[in-house]
Design a protein around this ligand. Structure first.
Ligand code: DGJ
Length: 689
């Protein structure tokens, strides 16, 4: 394992637990991709094939599989970097100048042949997780500005054609709709141009060939960026498929000043020869161990669906008391507590406590929450301002705008130019004051509209999100125990850029328990379960109008980090009793849900069941859902995964206890029969010897 070089030091191999990623430097100084797949131990086996021109119309630059193709020379293919120098030369011509290995990081050093311009290709090897992380740093050592028109974080080469590309599509209330698309000639482009990244596509690629959950080859990469991204997949004219991810070059221009350096967001990438499950597990484990904050996430109550903007102290106290009674551990006041916030049209920007709603301030509510031994959380939307607010009246120039145009409102609000120092300071100070003056444990950070009219500088799309990251990172230094939830009109900011800086994702405003099964399943391909906030809400659901039994609603939300968003003041005794039981059950199993390994179980039935498994150490769970009974009483056979073959397990289905070997449960499986519509069950098992 580790970073290996051949004897003549022109081939580099990143050796992880099961895989190898290899590339090298050829005699023209090009950084050429060689291999990505199952382990090849001996780095000396790799050779740098001689390049030859197919014809004068197929120059070597086109045929070569480059790690980081730049725009220039006889290259017409997708490039990762396009730069214009001061004298208007519009191509980069690089030479290889050496490498550096620092612990688990390999840096390939390139320099432009004429201009004093450095390009460093970084590769970080995460051996145990079978992952590599790639990013690029460019440095301008000239005395003039270099205009960077495009900079993607890296190119990957997949040695197959006719692959299946998977990503998600969707919109507000319907994020994370998984799709699979056959890759053929031409390009597939996924992107975001809105500044808020993930309502539509998500910044990752999954490319697979004949893959199931447990078989087949899967190549994947996820970009650590919440802003405008783009991804390109292309089956090339010369065999194989390439994939790129990075900052979207749409409406982008970075003026790299003399002595300035720019580092791209990284891509976490990997390969699996055992299907999608290995991909998900490697990413989940990496995130759990290295990105996410440690510790179990509390059961949350959020007031949004219960009260919307009609927040007031007395009612929030009543909600908090009820939330405590059913077992919630964290009480979050959502939108509506500040300024003149009675609808979407006012209040944003005026972050003082509304004295009509909270005549004695927030403390009576916070004190009550704390006296019941609960955590307290609060909603903010700091990047935004309503035209009617005092903040806007005082600082109309703080929003993104063109002087000669009227800026658009969306949801009745403008976007603040957070890249202006005074605006950034205002946001930081506002949140710092909140956290300093009140005993707050949790911030739900919302962003309810896309960005537009982003001033003159074309790198603002990127700088906007970097500023948000920076504000939260700085706040966390001073307030290290506060958890931050990344919400953007539902699931508009679900990506590996924000994860780690923020702690929870709000997955979607679609809280319908049936729709959520699919949203959550798609989410699970790439992102860790622990960061997936899921609420139980009232029926009929505000979006789908569906009426779903409470147990199913809880079970669906218990698949992630449980929250309750019902108007619990309207609960009858049965609702209270069931909530108490299920929240208490969740507390017993949440270490398995949040910190265990997650598997999407394949199952066979004429009825369409959703089946999922979690395992942590010797304990496990199987979630079984039958949303709709289509064919009478047909049950389902579920084969468990990743048990120890020769160990004995005790499994409990309702009152029935079954004790069998891991081998039996994995091969023969368990038979479960649910009936009717919206039936569900959580099966628990543990290893007994
Ligand atoms: C959108 C969020 O996704 C909701 O949960 C809620 O916080 C509203 N915004 C509040 O305006």
């Amino acid at each position: 394992m580790g970073i290996k070089l051949n004897k003549i030091e022109n081939v580099f191999a990143l050796q992880s637990k099961n895989n190898t990623y290899a590339f090298g430097v050829d005699d023209m100084g090009l950084i050429r991709h060689l291999y990505w797949g199952s382990k090849i131990e001996d780095v000396e086996e790799f050779e740098m094939p001689k390049l030859f021109e197919v014809s004068t119309n197929d120059p070597v630059f086109e045929i070569t599989k480059e790690e980081f193709p730049v725009y220039g020379s006889l290259r017409y293919k997708e490039h990762c970097l396009k730069a214009t120098f001061n004298d208007v030369c519009r191509e980069v011509v690089y030479k290889y100048v050496g490498y550096e290995v620092k612990d688990n990081e390999l840096i390939i050093k390139l320099e432009d042949k004429h201009y004093d311009f450095n390009i460093d290709l970084h590769y970080i090897l995460h051996e145990e997780y079978d992952l590599i992380e790639r990013f690029v740093t460019v440095k301008n050592n000239t005395n003039d500005v270099i205009k960077i028109e495009k900079i993607h974080s890296g190119q990957f080469h997949i040695p197959h054609e006719d692959l299946i590309f998977s990503n998600v599509h969707g919109h507000w209330g319907a994020e994370q709709q998984k799709f699979n698309q056959k890759v053929s000639y031409g390009k597939i482009v996924i992107e975001n141009r809105r500044g808020i990244s993930t309502h539509n596509h998500n910044p990752y690629f999954i490319l697979s060939t004949n893959a199931t959950e447990t078989t087949g080859e899967v190549y994947f990469g996820a970009l650590r960026l919440s802003g405008n991204f783009s991804g390109v997949i292309e089956q090339t004219q010369y065999g194989g498929t390439l994939a790129q991810l990075g900052i979207n070059s749409h409406d982008f221009l970075l003026n790299l000043k003399p002595n300035e350096e720019f580092t791209t967001p990284s891509i976490i990438a990997g390969y699996s020869n055992s299907g999608f499950e290995t991909m998900s597990n490697n990413l989940h484990n990496f995130a759990k161990d290295n990105i996410l904050r440690k510790g179990l996430r509390p059961v949350l109550y959020n007031s949004w669906e219960a009260t919307e903007f009609k927040v007031n102290c007395n009612e929030q106290i009543k909600l908090a008391e009820k939330a405590k009674e059913i077992g919630a551990e964290l009480f979050v006041v959502d939108d509506g507590w500040f300024g003149q916030r009675d609808s979407i049209n006012n209040g944003l920007g005026d972050w003082y406590v509304n004295s009509e709603k909270f005549p004695e301030g927030l403390n009576p509510l916070i004190d009550k929450v704390k006296s019941m031994d609960m955590l307290f959380g609060i909603w903010i939307e700091p990047e935004m301002v309503n035209p009617a607010s005092q903040l806007y009246k005082d600082h109309p120039d703080w929003i993104y705008h063109f002087d000669t145009r009227e800026s658009d409102t969306s949801r009745g609000q403008y976007v603040l130019d957070v890249t202006k120092k005074e605006v950034k300071d205002f946001i930081y100070n506002m949140i710092d004051d909140l956290l300093t003056n009140y005993d707050i444990d949790y911030i739900k950070w919302d962003a309810n509209r896309p960005i537009s009219q982003t001033n003159v500088e074309k790198d603002l799309w990127y700088k906007h999100i970097m500023t948000i990251y920076d504000i939260v990172k700085t706040l966390k230094v001073k307030h290290p125990n506060v958890l931050f939830e990344a919400c953007a009109s539902g699931g508009g900011r679900i990506d590996y850029g924000i994860l780690g800086i923020f702690d929870d994702f709000w997955t979607s405003d679609n809280t319908d328990a049936y729709d959520r099964l699919f949203i959550q399943e798609s989410y699970s391909y790439i992102y860790p379960i622990k960061a997936m906030r899921a609420w139980v809400t009232d029926c009929p659901n505000f979006l789908s109008q569906r009426i779903i039994p409470m147990k199913f609603r809880y079970h669906s939300a218990m698949m992630g980090t449980l929250g309750i968003g019902c108007n619990i003041l309207k609960f009858n005794d049965d609702d209270v009793q069931l909530s108490k039981e299920l929240i208490s059950e969740y507390k017993d199993i949440r270490h398995i849900v949040q910190e265990g390994d997650f598997y999407r179980l394949e199952n066979k039935s004429k009825n369409r069941y959703n089946t999922y498994q979690y395992i942590k150490d010797d304990e496990g769970l199987v979630f079984v859902f039958l949303p709709q009974s289509e064919i009478g009483h047909r049950g389902v056979n579920i084969k468990l995964r990743h048990l120890e073959k020769n160990s004995k397990y005790l499994l409990k289905i309702k009152d029935q206890e079954i004790s069998k070997t891991g081998e039996y449960f994995m091969n023969c499986g368990i038979d479960v029969r649910l009936s009717g519509d919206y039936d569900s069950m959580i099966i628990k098992f543990n290893k007994i010897k």
